[in-house]
Design a protein around this ligand. Structure first.
Ligand code: CUA
Length: 337
């Protein structure tokens, strides 16, 4: 009986110490969303149970090793014990109940985390190697994700190439983005401040740099930012060049065509393209004038640049875009010297 009391006290002491130690090292960063609170509650409960189980295994093990070790003058065998129905039922039923309780808590937490606020704002997220783009319903695109504090937002996310994953550690939620599918990310930020969204799926050489700034703002700051973006978009829409740039962003052209001379491997860069000599896959060359650029948008299969594949560029732009929209895009491409 004395051994049970001592071991029992040691189990409680070690369990509490383990849990306090795990809490003290702050395994998780700041809690910056309503969903983070729900997730952390479950996580902390799991840590408490894990701490207790750790103590429940380690204390009897070490206690037996030291207290019941073979003394110098001891000879012979230890007591032979066979079967203990009570113990076996206990260590089957107790874990079963624990697993069922956690199954319930896990389901409940998932339900809470996915809870839909009918007033949630929507932002479209485009992921590609290796950048994020956030398209707002007000009609502009941003490289930064601005969010309104204490207001649920749902991100409709798509990938232009490979698997990516949107992850803001302070929000806790993590969601894969799959090519050819739209996945959603629902979050209610609760802390004003700057955070970093990271891509959490290895997606190629630039994966490490695939980050975006997430800025959670008060109502007045958020409104001011939206207004400024709308004004900038409206001002840009006044010129063919500005309109062209917006159309390029809206149609995702830069997912395949870089504008800085870098190679995506999918399609030729636009930088320095205008008036350059373009080698075609049939061995001839052509000058990249406005007529060539227009033809390449409307009938992408007419001329294929050497080193690139046919049937990659959508053939729908000729009908999806108006003549003047195509002309605006060409003006933008011409500006990329
Ligand atoms: Cu995108 Cu890693």
């Amino acid at each position: 009986m004395r051994h049970y009391v001592i071991a029992g006290v040691l189990v409680i002491v070690l369990a509490v110490a383990t849990y306090a130690g795990l809490m003290a090292v702050h395994l998780m960063p700041a809690q910056a969303s309503a969903q983070a609170v729900t997730i952390d509650n479950l996580w902390n409960l799991e840590l408490a149970v894990i701490s207790f189980l750790f103590a429940l295994i380690m204390v009897p093990l070490l206690y037996s090793l030291f207290v019941f070790r073979r003394r110098k003058d001891e000879k012979g065998e230890g007591e032979h014990i066979e079967g203990n129905t009570t113990l076996e039922i206990t260590w089957t039923v107790v874990p079963l109940i624990l697993v069922l309780v956690f199954a319930y808590l896990g389901t409940y937490t998932l339900g809470e985390v996915l809870a839909v606020d009918p007033n949630a704002m929507e932002v479209d997220v485009i992921a590609r190697q290796w950048a994020w783009q956030f398209d707002y319903p007000q009609g502009f695109s941003s490289k930064e994700l601005h969010l309104l504090v204490n207001h649920q937002v749902v991100l409709n996310m798509k990938s232009l190439d490979v698997l990516h994953d949107f992850y803001v550690p302070q929000f806790r939620i993590k969601q894969d983005i799959l090519p050819g599918e739209i996945t959603t990310y629902r979050i209610t930020p609760t802390m004003i401040g700057d955070f970093t969204a990271e891509c959490a799926q290895l997606c190629g050489t630039g994966h490490t740099y695939m980050t975006a700034t997430v800025i959670v703002q008060s109502q007045s700051d958020y409104d001011a930012w939206i207004k400024a973006q709308e004004a900038a978009a409206a001002a840009a829409a006044q010129t063919p060049l500005g309109r062209g740039q917006q159309l390029v962003a809206q149609n995702g052209c830069t997912g395949c065509h870089s504008v800085d001379g870098s190679s995506t491997g999918i399609a030729p860069t636009w930088k320095g393209l205008y008036q350059s000599q373009v080698k075609l896959n049939n061995g001839t060359a052509v000058t990249a004038d406005a007529a060539y650029l227009t033809e390449s948008i409307v009938s992408p299969s007419a001329k294929i640049v050497a080193g690139f594949q046919d049937n990659v560029m959508p053939k729908t732009f000729g009908t999806a875009l108006t003549q003047s929209q195509i002309s605006d895009i060409v003006t933008y491409i011409e500006s990329l010297k």
